[in-house]
Design a protein around this ligand. Structure first.
Ligand code: FE2
Length: 132
């Protein structure tokens, strides 16, 4: 039976434009202090942002070390890709596919991001953080 994990793709963000890139100002964060996580798609190779082809959403998760399931940190849906009452690619309004979110934790772990392209499907990446 096909499973979701079998169709979520991973690759090197430097050459593959769909991979969500997790940018951390610091990899060592302090207990009980909020820190910022930025996730963007197409950081090295730009992804199209048109009515026909765009990034629809990014989700951010955090898996503390030695826990069985990730916490769901945030979802952002990108809803403007040039469409208007005149049709596809007729407006000047475009959402940029970047997310900035803050959270705090008392455990080290792994930040995970997923993104969805309306043409090329699901992509993921992850980055470790250390809580000191
Ligand atoms: Fe795409």
């Amino acid at each position: 039976m096909e499973q979701l994990k079998d169709v979520i793709k991973m690759d090197d963000w430097k050459t593959e434009k769909h991979v969500p890139v997790i940018n951390l100002a610091k990899r060592k964060v302090k207990k009980k202090e909020f820190f910022e996580v930025e996730v963007s798609v197409g950081q090295s190779v730009a992804h199209p942002n048109t009515t026909a082809h765009h990034i629809r959403w990014i989700s951010v998760y955090f898996l503390p070390d030695n826990e069985p399931s990730p916490y769901h940190i945030a979802d952002v849906t990108f809803n403007s890709h040039g469409e208007s009452v005149k049709g596809a690619d007729t407006s000047t309004v475009y959402t940029n596919h970047t997310v900035k979110v803050e959270f705090k934790t008392e455990k080290s772990g792994t930040i995970m991001a997923a993104s969805y392209c309306n043409i090329h499907g699901l992509w993921q990446s992850s980055e470790k953080i250390q809580v000191v």
